[in-house]
Design a binder for this molecule. Structure first.
Ligand SMILES: C[S@@+](CC[C@H](N)C(=O)[O-])C[C@H]1O[C@@H](n2cnc3c(N)ncnc32)[C@H](O)[C@@H]1O
Length: 222
């Protein structure tokens, strides 16, 4: 599905979110500022797609940033944007990286697309160094009642039409709200992260809960 929409993916992200996606990615970077400032640190952006979060992370960073995704056409778009970042093809459920490799791992709008969220989180934890941090940016559940209804109307009725016209694949933009409806809400995702062995799990809502950022730690002791 992502192969088919790769060339229009960025444009649609910015149009459909009114550029809010850029602000959300900057918040992820802000949460990792301390790690990104270290030249010996290595940060992996999983399911990086066309690379916007990886590039945001690399901005002013001394740390090494790597992007990984299993969709070749999405990575091709990322590679056209910059070759300063290594773009590595790999499945998030069986990543081509050794245990305890990264100081931080990010996944933006990717976890929801995995065939099994729990297996994905276990795999993300495997490649984190003890003391390393996971940051998940994902669509979530709007928390303000009136706003929730208005957003759901936009998300399920308006967005698939615009997405379909611009990308030529309406199915991909019907899949988006459908997959979000099957994804755990803020509290359930936090609980799942704890079950998968993450400590100090916290989340913050973005734009009234349309999206959320969850963070978790792979404890040094575990
Ligand atoms: C909605 S896009 C998000 C891309 C990017 N992170 C962003 O914020 O724009 C989802 C990405 O997840 C990737 N993806 C889905 N399942 C995957 C898997 N099992 N392994 C690696 N990448 C996967 C897709 O190829 C796609 O590029």
């Amino acid at each position: 599905m992502f192969s088919g929409i790769a060339r229009r993916y960025d444009l649609l992200n910015h149009v459909l979110s009114g550029n809010t996606d850029k602000r959300w990615r900057r918040k992820v970077r802000a949460l990792l500022e301390d790690i990104l400032a270290h030249e010996n640190a290595v940060v992996l952006d999983v399911a990086c797609g066309t690379g916007d979060l990886s590039i945001e992370l690399k901005t002013n960073a001394k740390a090494r940033v790597i992007g990984s995704d299993f969709c070749h056409p999405m990575l091709a778009v990322a590679r056209e944007k910059t070759e300063r970042i290594p773009w590595i093809e790999g499945d998030a459920l069986a990543m081509p990286f050794g245990d305890e490799s990264f100081n931080a791992v990010t996944i933006a709008f990717g976890l929801r697309n995995l065939a099994n969220f729990r297996d994905g989180l276990v795999e993300l934890r495997r490649i984190l160094k003890p003391g390393g941090r996971l940051v998940v940016l994902e669509f979530s559940s709007p928390v303000v009642p009136g706003f929730r209804q208005a957003f759901n109307f936009y998300f399920t009725r308006v967005l698939p039409r615009i997405g379909g016209i611009v990308s030529g694949d309406r199915g991909a933009y019907e899949y988006l709200p459908d997959s979000v409806s099957k994804f755990p809400d803020q509290k359930a995702l936090a609980a799942l992260m704890r079950e998968c062995g993450f400590d100090d799990v916290e989340y913050r809502n973005l734009t009234g809960g349309i999206a959320a950022i969850h963070t978790g730690l792979r404890s040094a002791a575990a």
